[in-house]
Design a protein around this ligand. Structure first.
Ligand SMILES: [Zn+2]
Length: 138
């Protein structure tokens, strides 16, 4: 029997006994019981959210640059460490071929692959040198 049905059954018995004071007490207790039931529902939702957050927290892997990844994720996705630390939100960062990354939410940025980053710098330097050489030959 649910709470609501139980209250209705007791109310019927009290009405038959014609006891106004007892009926008022039942109304007060019913209101309290319903408030408690609402509070339990709210706390259950809150608890589920905390459990979900705790599960993510246990899977977070830190890196020397300000991004995080999740352990056991089939495809490794880079998330913003700042957004995670500050708002507990997993915001996927934009990864560039240059080896750098940037969070589209908070603009946090860094390097996710230093080998790619160095190679990109070398490539840029080489094209700059080539431009200089071409300009000098005009
Ligand atoms: Zn961010």
């Amino acid at each position: 029997m649910g709470l609501y049905e139980g209250i209705k059954d007791v109310a019927k018995v009290i009405q038959q006994a014609d006891n106004v004071e007892l009926y008022k007490q039942l109304i007060d207790l019913s209101a309290q019981a319903l408030d408690m039931q609402n509070e339990i529902s709210r706390l259950s939702v809150e608890n589920a959210e905390f459990k979900k957050l705790k599960d993510i927290e246990n899977r977070i892997e830190r890196h020397s640059e300000p991004f995080v990844t999740l352990r056991d994720e089939p495809i490794q996705i880079l998330y913003c460490a700042h957004c995670w630390d500050y708002e507990k939100k997993l915001i996927q960062v934009k990864s560039y071929d240059s080896g750098g990354f940037k969070c589209t939410h908070c603009e946090n940025n860094g390097i996710y692959d230093s080998a790619k980053y160095e190679a990109d710098i070398q490539k840029t330097r080489a094209s700059f040198q080539s431009l200089k050489k071409n300009r000098n030959s005009w």
